[in-house]
Structure formats: structure tokens, C-alpha cells
Design a protein around this ligand. Structure first.
Ligand SMILES: Cc1cc2nc3c(=O)[nH]c(=O)nc-3n(C[C@H](O)[C@H](O)[C@H](O)COP(=O)(O)OP(=O)(O)OC[C@H]3O[C@@H](n4cnc5c(N)ncnc54)[C@H](O)[C@@H]3O)c2cc1C
Length: 308
């Protein structure tokens, strides 16, 4: 095992990179396992709303690299490896990664969330062939075509607006009787000629052989079934914590979110959780960033022999 680093941060989203930045500013040695391209969910967004200092929002593909550069400039070291688990090794933690083991004095889990699946026929078979997770990536390819966005919350409507702004005809399919997104998003949606909203609709199947050609739908109120055409479908029906690699080692709630105390420490001393993988996270980027800044102080105290 390598020489011990003060802290390993697992996750290259806004929570993990803010934690790494603040830990480095406090003089701590930090290695970040980004698990791929840094930026997390925000990376693919055309416009991140709700961040202080950006009244008109900022694109995720601009924001992600800034977060990484800020952390690296302060002294954090980023690696594309993934966390696969951890174990205790005396007073240290042995952090298992896809590129070997690291020794660390503390570990931060900042692995965020994954999009929930519809779990209907066609969804897995057509993933990447019309079943998409990134509206801003695919919008230019879909200009002039019809697509469906499944879901009625803030994130679903954001993706619908990104597509519609790029000239894509969007049908929003919501299972509940009404949309649940904030009024601001609903107003922007209502003002958009390219978007149709249908509530009380369940998706029963995603259709297509080599690529998505449409959807089989059922009206929940009447039971009537129909098929609609579409070149792509974006499923944005909620998020689940990406806690699987540590779920057997740490206490989690019924939704698989990692439970922490006020110092953001988990059920294992020296192991912390921040951002949307944490139970009780309010879910937005500003909260995840706040967790990152707060955990840096907790860990600094912990490693100095203080209370946290
Ligand atoms: C469609 C959509 C739109 C949104 N719009 C907004 C918005 O406008 N404003 C806003 O404030 N919030 C928005 N959010 C919420 C926002 O994305 C989250 O608040 C934020 O991304 C949480 O950051 P995080 O760092 O906790 O997790 P994530 O962004 O999920 O990042 C987690 C990171 O961990 C990595 N990872 C996962 N597993 C491992 C592993 N085993 N090892 C190493 N790394 C791993 C992932 O690759 C990822 O980089 C939106 C979310 C979605 C889905």
C-alpha cells in the first residue's frame, strides 16, 4: 500500500470537489477518486439554476472544469479511479479502488446519485440508442424530431426545456395528475411552443428494434392504451443514492442514503458522507457544496485530535 494520504475523497461532483478544495486549503493532503470525468450530474446540464453568483445560471460543462481546477490549484490530486470499498488497517483506512489500494487517515464518500429507471421492456435494450440520460448532449442531434421526457419534477422540466430550446418537439409524460416542479419551471414550460404536457400517463414499453421509435402508453384514469412515435426518451423520474460499494460497511436509511451525524461522519469513525448520497441532503448543488465545505472543517478537527 502507498504512503498514507490525509484524506481520500470518492466522487468528482460538486460535493466531492468542494470538500477536496477546502481540505487542501486547510493544508490537508487529498486524493480525489472522480470515478470518470469530474462534474457529476451537473456536467451535462445546459443551465444550472440556484447557484449563488450566477443569476442567469451557468452551463455544467463550464462549471465542472472550474471545480476541478479550483481543487487541483489548491493542491488536491485527482485520479479517475473508482472507489470499490474500504477496510480498517490499524489506525488507517485501506481504501480499495479500481487502480489499487490507498492508505488514508479519513475517507469522504461523495458518490452522489444515479437516475432511477422506469423498469419497462425496451429500456435497457435501447439504452444509448434513444434511451438517453443527457438532454444537452443529444439535443443538437434531435432538432426537428419528437421525443418524450418522462417525469414531472424540476429536473425533468429542465431537461424538457433544454431540448425544446434546441428545436426538439417534446412531450412531457407525468404519471401523477399534475406536475410537481417549481412554479418557475412550469411557467417556462407553459410559454414554450415546442412542449406538450400529458399527466396521468404511464409508460408501459419503449418501442424499437435497433433504436427508439416510440412509446406504449396507458392512461391511468381511463385505462386506455396508445402508441406514440418518438426518436428518443429521457427518463427523469428521480434519483437513488450511489451507495452500493459501501452499503454493507455503513449504516444507510431505507432509501440507501448514508446516515451521518452533525459532523457528517458516518457510522464508521473517520468515514464521512457528503452531497446527495447522504441521508437528509436537500438535493441541490448549493447544499452539496455546503456539505463539502463543512466536512473539510470536521475532518481537519478530527485529524488534529479535536471533537469532530
Ligand atoms: C437532470 C438534473 C438537473 C439538475 N439541475 C439542477 C440545478 O439546476 N441546480 C441544482 O442546484 N441542482 C440540480 N440538480 C441536482 C444536482 O445535480 C445535485 O445537487 C448535485 O449534482 C449533487 O452533487 P454530488 O457531488 O453530491 O453528486 P453527483 O453530482 O451525483 O456526483 C457524484 C460523483 O461521484 C462519482 N462516483 C459515483 N460512484 C463513484 C465511485 N464508486 N467512485 C468514485 N466516484 C464515483 C460520479 O461519477 C460523479 O462524478 C439536477 C440534477 C439532475 C439529475
Amino acid at each position: 500500500m502507498s504512503e498514507a494520504v490525509d484524506v481520500v475523497v470518492a466522487g468528482g461532483g460538486v460535493a466531492g470537489l468542494t470538500a477536496a478544495w477546502h481540505l487542501a486549503r486547510l493544508g490537508r493532503g487529498v486524493t480525489v477518486l472522480t470515478g470518470g470525468v469530474p462534474g457529476g450530474h451537473l456536467l451535462s446540464l445546459e443551465r444550472i439554476d440556484g447557484l449563488p453568483g450566477f443569476p442567469e445560471g451557468i452551463a455544467g460543462y463550464d462549471f465542472g472544469p472550474i471545480l476541478q481546477e479550483q481543487a487541483e490549484t489548491a493542491g488536491a490530486v485527482c485520479s479517475g479511479a473508482e472507489l470499490t470499498g474500504f477496510a480498517r488497517a490499524g489506525s488507517l483506512l485501506r481504501v480499495h479502488t479500481t487502480e489499487g489500494d490507498l492508505a488514508a487517515r479519513a475517507l469522504v464518500i461523495a458518490t452522489g446519485t444515479k437516475l432511477r429507471r422506469l423498469d419497462v421492456p425496451g429500456e435497457e435494450a435501447l439504452r444509448g440508442r434513444g434511451v438517453s440520460e443527457c438532454a444537452s448532449c443529444d439535443a443538437p442531434l434531435l432538432r426537428g424530431r419528437s421525443v418524450a421526457v418522462v417525469g414531472g419534477g424540476d429536473s425533468a422540466l429542465q431537461e424538457a426545456l433544454t431540448l425544446a430550446d434546441a428545436g426538439v418537439a417534446v412531450t412531457v409524460l407525468q404519471r401523477a395528475p399534475e406536475l410537481s416542479a417549481k412554479r418557475d419551471y412550469q411557467q417556462r414550460l407553459a410559454a414554450h411552443a415546442n412542449i406538450t404536457v400529458r399527466c396521468n400517463i404511464a409508460v408501459e414499453e419503449i418501442l424499437g428494434d435497433d433504436a427508439v421509435t416510440g412509446l406504449a402508453l396507458r392512461d391511468i384514469a381511463t385505462g386506455a392504451t396508445e402508441r406514440i412515435e418518438g426518436a428518443a426518451v429521457f427518463v427523469v423520474i428521480g434519483l437513488r443514492p450511489a451507495s452500493a460499494v459501501v452499503a454493507t460497511s455503513l449504516a444507510c436509511d431505507g432509501a440507501d442514503a448514508i446516515i451521518t451525524d452533525a459532523a457528517l461522519m458516518t457510522s464508521q469513525p473517520g468515514v464521512y458522507a457528503v452531497g446527495t448520497v447522504r441521508a437528509g441532503s436537500a438535493g441541490q448543488a448549493v447544499h452539496a457544496a455546503g456539505d463539502g465545505a463543512n466536512v473539510a472543517i470536521s475532518i481537519d478537527r478530527h485529524l488534529s485530535g479535536g471533537v469532530a
